[in-house]
Design a protein. Structure first.
Ligand SMILES: Nc1ncnc2c1ncn2[C@@H]1O[C@H](COP(=O)(O)OP(=O)(O)OP(=O)(O)O)[C@@H](O)[C@H]1O
Ligand SMILES: [Mg+2]
Length: 234
């Protein structure tokens, strides 16, 4: 398996009016295709900052970021959004669905930005809705769905453009424990299908599913270890 992500001495320093906050301090790591990873750490340790950089929503202050071999640290905003549209799938804690759009239309959003023609978009989004078990809710609006169902729509949307990496920031943070289990089962299936998945979470139960656990503390990698018990539950 090849390296899909390489971070080299990556720094993120937020500059405020009167002070600077070093949110990531020389982080170096490699992620291989198909890995299933959790990023943990206390509040403020740099998890979201790292995920935002991995997802090309933000840029490092110093250091290099390679995604699929391409150096993305120095790209322009437009180039960066191309990378984001084509290579990254995002899942957020609060689902971030568009309330005015139907389930199918929500799943289509990244395909629209990718420039896919309408009929192919429709076909692809229907397929994705079925994949996450919501084929029968295609014409509903997000508010007509439960939290877990909405998160499944968000996952279908994240998968629609067949990204290299799925990034999820606290994807089960707003869900009860049985719905959390449904979402984790879905991530497990995607992992079994070869997807590279990186989840930020506070929850040990979520981390237990993944094969590698990276712990951040004060912007540094505090530990980075295999989770030997992962997979036994599959
Ligand atoms: N836009 C910003 N401007 C200034 N400082 C920021 C900004 N975003 C994050 N920070 C600071 O950077 C550090 C890391 O924040 P980050 O959001 O990455 O933490 P986190 O690990 O995701 O925390 P949480 O678990 O609370 O979500 C914190 O000290 C935070 O205050
Ligand atoms: Mg965060």
């Amino acid at each position: 398996m090849s390296d899909i992500v390489r971070l080299e001495e990556l720094w993120k320093i937020y500059r405020l009016a009167t002070t600077t906050v070093p949110a990531l301090r020389s982080v170096s790591l490699t992620i291989r295709q198909g890995e299933y990873i959790t990023i943990m750490g206390k509040s403020g340790s740099g998890k979201s900052t790292m995920l935002n950089i991995l997802g090309c929503l933000d840029r490092p202050t110093h250091g290099k970021y390679f995604i699929g071999g391409q150096d993305v640290s120095a790209l322009t905003d437009n180039e960066l959004s191309d990378v984001r549209n084509n290579k990254i799938g995002f899942v957020f804690q609060s689902f971030n669905l568009v309330q005015q759009l139907t389930i199918l239309e929500n799943i289509e959003v990244p395909l629209f930005y990718q420039g896919m023609p309408r009929s192919s978009r429709r076909e692809r989004s229907r397929h994705m809705a079925e994949l996450v078990g919501l084929g029968d809710r295609a014409s509903h609006r997000p508010r007509e769905l439960s939290g877990g169902q909405q998160q499944r729509v968000a996952i279908a949307r994240a998968l629609a453009n067949d990204p290299l990496i799925i990034l999820a920031d606290e994807p089960t943070g707003n869900l009860d424990s049985s719905t959390t289990q449904d979402i984790l089962d879905l991530f497990d299936e995607l992992h079994a299908g070869g997807k590279t998945i990186i989840i930020v979470t506070h929850e040990k139960d979520v981390a237990a599913h993944t094969e590698r656990i990276i712990v951040l503390a004060d912007g540094l990698v505090k530990s980075d270890a295999r989770n030997e018990s992962a997979g036994t539950r599959l």
